[in-house]
Design a protein around this ligand. Sequence first.
Ligand code: RET
Length: 273
Amino acid sequence: AGGPVVTAGVPLQTTQSTVAEAIRTDVLLSSSLWVNVALAGVAVLLFVYMGRDVEPERAKLIWVAMLLVPLVSLASYTALVSGLTVGVVQMPPGHPLAGQEVLSPWGRYLTWTFSTPMILLALGLLAGTNRAQLFTAITMDIGMCVTGLAAASISSSYLLRWGLYVISCGFFVAVLYVLLVEWPRDAEAAGTAEIFETLKLLTVTLWLGYPVLWALGPEGFAVLSVGLTSWGYSAFDIVAKYVFAFLLLRWVAANAGAVASAPAPTGRDAATA
Ligand code: RET
């Protein structure tokens, strides 16, 4: 396993094993990834067990969504550790690390595209919301993740990196609006307000940490190192994913009937149409 492939003195590409080596030798970085491989594995087994007796369709749907969160996480962190989904971005002029090559774990942003919609699907079902709102929250969330991926990957312009960051924040505001304004009303009507409030608070607080971490990390103002930033995301992930899913599943297992009797996702629209 060698260094970058070089032809006539021009580095053509950084090989996967070079990146994997860089991850391996950064103990902070690699430990932040391996911890989540292990926790995601434990969470999958635990959640399968917790959902074993869940019967009503809506409760089952929440359960599968919550199971997909650690499943996606397991795949995501394994791919990150291997170096497959970690790239090297040469920062544009203006960036604090201009001209330097920075490790970019872009696989994180890619897999958020699959894991975060599951969290929102579960929250929306819990609140007994309608399809239009579910669609809004999920598509805006996907927009946030994909533009976040773009912001992290741009190497041609410092301004456009932040431009895409701001666009991503715009999508995030739409998600926050649904979570903070629309769904609490639905949850009240569905009789699930208490657990919804707890999970909403946990979600909103933790999710706000992600853009802050991005801005402080090597991809933003470069105040934090790659390893520290990665630990930050990993710590947020542990609470936003596994603790969140555990709390929701424990509630669903004990109250499957309450979830089942909440108005159907189309109920409110049908009544007002
Ligand atoms: C980015 C940077 C661009 C601006 C914004 C971001 C928000 C990310 C969020 C991620 C949440 C991830 C979770 C993962 C668990 O699987 C992309 C960091 C707004 C909110 C909860």
